[in-house]
Design a protein around this ligand. Structure first.
Ligand code: FEO
Length: 394
């Protein structure tokens, strides 16, 4: 049981999932997660903000019984994804008088995913409010802080902003508020990179929008709450800005060592010139780490051998993911080796449909790299160094 009082009549009643290790069958969760749900007891009405993953519904219902909650008037759905809404049908069964309060897009998604009948909904729009008596719920549309329907809920009397995925971190911790800033920063950056980075500009606008509010506490639906909102708001401003850092990310795969030699040499040359470099050996890489590294880097160099007449499938996966995550990367190149031919470069470059970085001339060598290959690699390193002139690592 994990009930925590945030303020008088405002409780965190969600659950911690210490053991979960993957999300959406895509996102690694090395530190588990939590599904935060919040009970707001106004002088006239009671509201629950978001529910929990359906696997944890028993814990949420138990938490509500422990607080002797015998009536819920409104369940606020900030986001329709099932880790927050999956418990909703169970809550509606237990509290049949409750109405689901959300926007039109979220309503439609909840109807198709969870088969909640239309008459259970109260539809609200941007900046609409609902009174609980002595507390007000104000709804602010913040689209694409994962899905297009996402919104946040603000209580002006208590200056708390409930943001669901926005500002969240996949981090199972018994801390109610951020204590370990380093761990939360990493957890939140990972999550931003994995689900929000493709919508960077819209997320930046959402940050501006909520900044107009007087916020003392940000209460996301994953990870600990922020009682210093500036910490996470500043981090989001940095991640969503147009600035790139003096960093080169090298996702690569090597079968028999030739591409590895190229990667090692390039890493060495870039380090010597003061650039922060991070190679990711794709078959052994946590994709969350790679996504996070892509948030700031000015340059990405993909390393691939030629196999089955083309790019290695692991390099294809990394490039596909790069394109899907749409980082602000300005420069891209490809390095690798081949034995007798293939179309690795065309295949990988052809995957870049969402992003339009400048492509710096690739270095593709025949067989095991030698002096001539290293000269070409040096040219590539110099082209990168030239473009990074003036960038900083922090
Ligand atoms: Fe935590 Fe998009 O769900």
């Amino acid at each position: 049981m994990s009930i925590r009082q945030i303020k008088p009549k405002i409780f965190s009643v969600g659950t911690i999932d210490w053991d979960r290790r993957i999300f959406d069958e895509l996102i690694p969760l090395p530190d588990g997660t939590s599904y935060n749900s919040y009970l707001i007891e106004g002088s006239e009405k009671t509201a629950l903000i978001d529910t929990v993953d359906p696997t944890k519904i028993d814990e949420l219902l138990k938490n509500l019984s422990s607080l002797d909650v015998d009536k819920i008037d409104y369940v606020i759905a900030n986001h329709a994804e099932q880790d927050h809404s999956g418990g909703l049908p169970f809550v509606l069964d237990k509290f049949p008088m409750a109405k689901v309060v959300t926007n039109a897009k979220c309503k439609n998604l909840l109807m198709i995913h969870l088969h909640i009948p239309e008459d259970k909904f109260i539809e609200i729009g941007d900046n609409d409010t609902i009174s609980l008596g002595d507390k007000t719920l104000q709804f602010i549309m913040t689209p694409w802080v994962h899905w297009p329907e996402t919104m946040t809920t603000y209580i002006p009397e208590d200056k708390i902003l409930f943001t669901c995925d926005f500002f969240g971190s996949h981090l199972a911790t018994s801390d109610m508020y951020v204590e370990d800033k380093g761990a939360v920063y990493i957890g939140a950056k990972r999550y931003y990179a994995e689900i929000m980075m493709p919508f960077r500009k819209t997320v930046a606008n959402n940050v501006k929008k909520i900044e107009n509010l007087d916020i003392k506490i940000i209460a996301p639906s994953h990870g600990p709450l922020y009682n210093e909102p500036k910490f996470i708001i500043d981090a989001y401003k940095d991640w969503t800005s147009d600035d790139v850092k003096n960093e080169v990310i090298i996702p690569y795969v090597s079968m028999h060592g030739s591409t590895q030699i190229l990667v090692d040499r390039l890493v060495e040359m870039l380090i010597d010139s003061g650039i922060y470099v991070k190679p990711f050996n794709i078959p052994y890489t946590d994709t969350g780490e790679l996504a996070m590294a892509l948030v700031d880097a000015a340059t990405v160099v993909v390393g691939t051998p030629t196999v089955l007449a083309g790019a290695h499938p692991a390099a294809v996966y990394a490039t596909f993911l790069f394109n899907a995550l749409r980082p602000k990367t300005r420069f891209v190149s490809i390095i690798g080796s081949f034995g007798w031919g293939g179309r690795a470069v065309e295949q990988l470059a052809g995957l870049l449909t969402n992003v339009k970085p400048e492509i710096i001339e690739p270095v593709i060598v025949k067989g095991c790299p030698d002096g001539d290959a290293f000269k070409k690699l040096e040219r590539l390193a110099n082209e990168i160094i030239k473009r990074h002139n003036g960038l900083t690592s922090n």
